[in-house]
Design a protein. Structure first.
Length: 326
């Protein structure tokens, strides 16, 4: 056993103890009076939980059911409860990912507060099913279905701060009513380690682009095919963003990456504009998570990549969700 392995066990022990206390019933679990679907993962970021949440909500709405999203709102600067959509589209109040979900899903309630049980009870009479965003660590909430997004390297990764895993692999024990969503290119390696679970494959698709100030209409990616494009992002896996854009035939002439959730200041935008100019770029392309934070008034020639998650077999996912309603 390496020194890292030994020290990691010290960091892992409180996580394991908390899980064990919930397993034994010593710590209490609250239950909302509607089905709860938890969407989460083992790692801090880069597993596609936000587009997965969007996919699940769309499946539910297609079946004339009323979903609501319960989320903490990572990185926001206030702890007051906010229900989107409303007139407050300041990402510092909402967090970037809840704001993206609200813009994409329009009239679906997105309730932002650390206490998700209280959030759910506030709107329970107008809801058929709750989506617990980033919910795998919320063991205090009973869920009817766990949908767990994997990056593919969880079995080789360490627990934070030695790696990016938030949970120990002991969470696989006594895990019932769970579906794992795995990137297509990682399926074979992960499937052999999770044989007792249901694994579905996923792929991020670029469905189009839109100007940063105009979310309402998505244009074909062909809008950028004859242009030189500079990519900028503050996300966990920027290389995946770059790969997805190149795969659809866009001419990428340069990139600029920032830390996850950390691309939003005027200074950063001006640096991106300057570097894009040095690359002779016609357009700067960013992610949706970045777009909600950027100062639009100085973002001339900024476009946004609109993505969706494809899950296969999707019919299996739909059927598992609809089983919650009898």
């Amino acid at each position: 056993m390496t020194t890292v392995n030994r020290i990691e066990k010290i960091y892992a022990f409180p996580l394991w103890l908390r899980w064990k206390l919930y397993q034994k019933g010593i710590l209490s679990i609250k239950e909302l009076p509607r089905p709860v679907i938890s969407i989460g993962g083992f790692k801090f970021g880069g597993t596609g939980k936000t587009p997965l949440t969007e996919k699940i909500v769309k499946i539910i709405r297609q079946n004339q059911l009323r979903p609501a999203i319960l989320t903490r709102g990572y990185g926001r600067k206030t702890r007051r409860r906010i229900i989107l959509p409303n007139n407050d589209e300041n990402w510092r109040h909402t967090g970037d990912e809840p704001l993206v979900l609200s813009k994409r899903l329009h009239d679906v309630p997105v309730v932002i507060h650390p206490n998700r049980y209280e959030s759910g009870m506030k709107i329970v009479h107008d809801v058929d099913v709750f989506i617990l965003d980033d919910g795998f660590q919320r063991m205090q909430m009973k869920r009817n279905l766990d949908i767990i997004a994997l990056a593919g390297d969880e079995f080789e990764d360490y627990i934070f701060p030695f790696g990016s895993r938030r949970e120990g692999l002991w969470r696989l024990q006594n895990l019932h009513n769970a579906i794992f969503i795995v990137p297509q290119d990682k399926f074979q390696s992960i499937n052999s380690k999770l044989k007792e679970f249901t694994l579905l494959t996923s792929k991020i698709i670029v469905e189009g682009v839109f100007p940063i100030h105009k979310w309402e209409q998505i244009y074909s990616i062909d809008e950028l095919k004859d242009k030189k494009v500079f990519l900028a992002a503050g996300i966990a896996t920027p290389e995946r963003f770059e790969q997805s854009i190149k795969q659809v035939g866009v001419n990428v002439v340069g990139t600029q990456w920032f830390r996850d959730h950390r691309f939003y200041s005027d200074t950063q935008v001006k640096r991106v504009i300057r570097n894009a100019g040095h690359s002779n770029a016609d357009v700067i392309l960013v992610t949706m998570k970045d777009a909600v934070k950027l100062p639009v008034e100085i973002c001339e020639n900024f476009w946004v990549s609109s993505i969706e998650l494809q899950v296969e077999p999707e019919d299996y996912l739909k059927n598992r969700i609809l089983q919650l309603f009898g």
